[in-house]
Design a protein around this ligand. Structure first.
Ligand SMILES: [Zn+2]
Length: 321
């Protein structure tokens, strides 16, 4: 699956069978009533390929009912190809590139990319990051505005972020996962509940010397700060926030280089995309095929979100790239 020559990226039957294997790995379930392995394939020319009828509730269904792909006029194979392109590229893939590579309209490519991002959004965040003897780095950055102004203004108290920039908080467990989110502002009141929800209390929390963290991080196992102005961030292996800064650097290269501009409205979906790729990376033992399979599974149960997304996109005049 490492390139676009795989049949699932151009053959509709192969694409459907691949998706069925992923979605129905634990048995073919009816999306209407939930019955497992109680359905019959409807065969014959009058039926769509892959159409089943539930023996319990008698409703017909295919593998895409109840998923992000439901009612799409774009062939399933193109959905899988677009997902693959987004997964395989570290910095992301623009709708313009998807449009050119897959031979679909730019508008379709744009909608598709946003829907795929929605499918990557992590919905189960019950388990906190970190734990005993583990380090979680916390840092914030600002998306939007002139790139050249961003780094310094971020470090200057009282001028954090500037007007029109969207603050993003990221929490990264070293050798582990990231969780990033758009926050309304960067102060202890906003950040405290987020850190408490997403970081295990026993963790060692590492931040830069921003004054917002000490009142919060005192509640964790330990708090280390890094003094950037004195270039101390390289002085030891342990005392650094390099991991979260590395994440931000990938995020910014992607947003600035590939997506050019991202509106605050769409920012959470881009963050979901970058978090997903980071959390399913090769150094964590996840290969391209597994990443793709996990992305495909994310389409289930996203139907309502997708409908809301589509509406807001269709009425939106803010095309971000
Ligand atoms: Zn049923």
């Amino acid at each position: 699956m490492s390139d676009l020559s795989n049949p699932i990226f151009y053959d509709e039957t192969k694409a459907r069978e691949w998706l069925e294997g992923r979605i129905w790995a634990n048995g073919r379930f009816c999306p209407h009533c939930g019955a497992v392995n109680q359905s019959t394939l409807l065969q014959g020319k009058s039926h769509r390929p892959g159409l089943y009828q539930c023996n319990a509730c008698r409703e017909p269904f295919t593998v895409t009912v109840g998923t992000l792909y439901e009612r799409s006029h774009i062939p399933l194979s193109k959905w899988l190809a677009a997902t693959h392109l987004m997964m395989a590229s570290k910095k992301g893939m623009s709708a313009m590139q998807v449009h050119r590579m897959l031979g679909i309209s730019y508008k379709s490519a744009w909608f598709m990319c946003h829907r795929i991002r929605e499918s990557l959004r992590e919905t189960k965040l019950d388990t906190p990051l970190g734990g005993h003897n583990k380090v979680v780095e916390a840092d914030e950055t600002y998306i939007g505005g002139k790139e050249a102004n961003k780094h310094k203004s971020k470090r200057r108290p009282g001028r954090q972020g500037g007007v029109g920039k969207a603050p993003v908080l990221a929490l990264v467990e070293r050798d582990g996962a990231v969780r990033s989110q758009h926050v309304a502002n960067v102060n202890a009141k906003t950040l405290r509940p987020i850190l408490k929800q997403h970081i295990d209390k026993k963790s060692y929390v590492m931040t830069d010397e921003s004054p917002v963290y000490p009142p919060i991080t005192g509640e964790f196992g330990g708090h280390g700060t890094v003094n950037h102005s004195a270039e101390e961030y390289v002085r030891a292996v342990f005392w650094h926030t390099n991991t979260v800064e590395n994440y931000f650097s990938i995020l910014k290269r992607g947003i600035v280089g590939i997506y050019h501009h991202v509106s605050a409205e769409h920012l959470p979906r881009y963050l979901a995309e970058f978090d997903f790729r980071y959390n399913q990376r090769i150094t964590l033992g996840v290969n391209d095929d597994q990443r793709m399979a996990k992305a495909a599974k994310g389409i289930v149960g996203k139907r309502l979100t997708y409908r809301r997304t589509r509406r807001s996109e269709e009425t939106s005049t803010d095309i971000p790239f």
